[in-house]
Design a protein around this ligand. Structure first.
Ligand code: ATP
Ligand code: MG
Length: 444
């Protein structure tokens, strides 16, 4: 892709309305455009990143046996009246009337709708467990939308739902998602810590928020630092192994402020291990038993002939919020350098040919390199404009491809100047460059 032909509306300066670095960068480099308060359009650069995140989330859901569906954004109020949440949800819910005067709403979450789908066709324990998920836009009329897509009104979420025959089986499902979340965030090159959390309007009795550390985060957290060193490697998708994984994490105190208790914190965590800081919630999992299945009459036949309400959990990941969360974690604001993890980068590599008015040889060389990269599925963006070198580098640093090639005076023969952002430049030939990038891609 040539920069001259791309739709990447870069701003010269930081937009003054943006208070945190992810919002600044996303506006600056034209990833999003606000259309009204808390509602955004996603432009090519932002959309590419979000779609790559979505795909990783999807793959990790599929790995634990969850099945993808797609529920609508607009729901009928009827099912929400059945669960009793139509009133309770309050003003965050966007309520709409259709031409027949029927009360509809733009879904803020999907427990009711998925329970309705489930109860219509599953009647026996023999079909359990069922893990269903979708990746769909949500609307919550947040009182104070802010920080760009971090807390907006329309946002993109992966929400999954589990259906089981007993508490024990339901916890097995819960633990599958627990593992899947650790793996998902790891592939996004984020350290997300599971923290015991309140269940809020979703209700229920077991819940973890997955939080990444960031000064600009809205969640206050209290942890034992040692939790950051835990790994999920070696965990199999079987009951015991998953249970051990969750226990391993739960051994260390880690809570959000709703669950914080000073005495407990000081008793359980040595002073040197205490960490009080802020973070961004990127995922949230809940176990709530029959909270929805009971009022909505979603029951199944049990082995002995009796019936019981199905035991449910729900599991959310803020796919659009993650775009901002990764920027918060990776953007060097002072030097204005972004380096996307290769797994979600909008481009794998940026090519900067130094173009003179009457000499197109650098651009020709860039094109040649690009066709080799393309053959190897490496996605490059070429700055074919005639701007000066330093402004081209600045632009490329904002776009954030993790690798750069510079074709200029230093270029001799087959060797070009190559660098991984943040590291020293090296002179390499195209074969070496391709192998380096491919190695990184495989790791992810
Ligand atoms: P928060 O406490 O941040 O409002 P929540 O507990 O209401 O989040 P959930 O209902 O668990 O969120 O939604 C699942 C995920 O969706 C959250 O972990 C978060 O990543 C994302 N999310 C929730 N609300 C928003 C929002 N207004 N804008 C962007 N992402 C959001
Ligand atoms: Mg909320």
């Amino acid at each position: 892709m040539y920069i001259s032909q791309s739709f990447i509306p870069i701003l010269k300066n930081n937009p003054s309305e943006a208070k945190i670095k992810s919002h600044q960068l996303m506006l600056r480099v034209g990833m999003i455009k606000q259309s009204s308060a808390g509602i955004y359009s996603w432009l090519p650069l932002g959309f590419k990143v979000m779609k790559k995140i979505e795909q990783i989330v999807r793959e990790e859901q599929n790995k634990i046996g969850a099945q993808e569906i797609l529920m609508p954004t607009i729901q009928s109020s009827e099912i929400w009246k059945e669960s009793g949440r139509y009133q309770d949800y309050g003003e965050e819910m966007l309520r709409i009337k259709d031409r027949q005067d029927r009360e509809m709403l733009y879904g803020p979450t999907n427990e009711e709708l998925v329970t309705d789908i489930f109860r219509a066709s599953v009647k026996s324990y023999k079909s359990l467990p069922q893990l269903l998920y979708h990746i769909q836009w949500k609307f919550r009329d947040e009182i104070r939308p802010r920080f760009g897509i971090m807390r907006c009104r329309e946002f993109y979420m992966k929400d999954a739902y589990s259906f089981d025959i007993s508490d024990e089986e339901a916890l097995f499902s819960y633990n599958k998602f627990f593992l899947s979340y650790l793996k998902t965030f790891k592939r996004l090159d984020l350290t997300a810590i599971p923290m015991a959390a309140d269940t809020g309007p979703i209700g229920g009795n077991l819940s973890h928020e997955f939080i990444i550390l960031a000064e600009t985060g809205e969640s206050k957290i209290y942890t034992d630092k040692r939790i950051f060193d835990l790994k999920s490697e070696g965990t199999n998708i079987e009951k015991k192994s998953l249970e051990d994984l969750r226990k391993k994490f739960e051994e260390f105190y880690s809570v959000t402020d709703e669950k914080f208790n000073k005495d407990e914190f000081e008793k359980k965590v040595l002073e040197t291990n205490r960490l009080k800081t802020k973070g961004i919630e990127v995922g949230h999992i809940f176990y709530f038993g029959d909270k929805y299945s009971k009022p909505m009459g979603a029951s199944v036949d049990l082995p002995g002939g009796k019936k019981d309400f199905v035991k449910m959990g729900s599991y959310g990941i803020g796919v659009s919020r993650l775009v901002g969360a990764i920027i918060e974690a990776k953007y060097d604001e002072k030097n204005e350098i972004m380096k996307w993890p290769i797994s979600v980068a909008p481009y794998d590599i940026g090519i900067i040919p130094m173009i003179n008015k009457n000499d197109s040889s650098a651009l020709e060389k860039a094109n040649k390199i690009n066709s080799e990269l393309e053959k190897n599925n490496i996605d490059a963006i070429i700055d074919d404009t005639d701007e000066n070198f330093s402004s081209k580098v600045k632009k490329m640093n904002l776009i954030g491809a993790p690798y750069q090639i510079i074709i200029g005076k230093q270029t001799d023969g087959d060797l070009v100047e190559f660098k991984e952002v943040g590291e020293e430049a090296q002179k390499l030939n195209i074969i070496e460059i391709i192998s380096k990038i491919k190695k990184q891609k495989v790791k992810n």
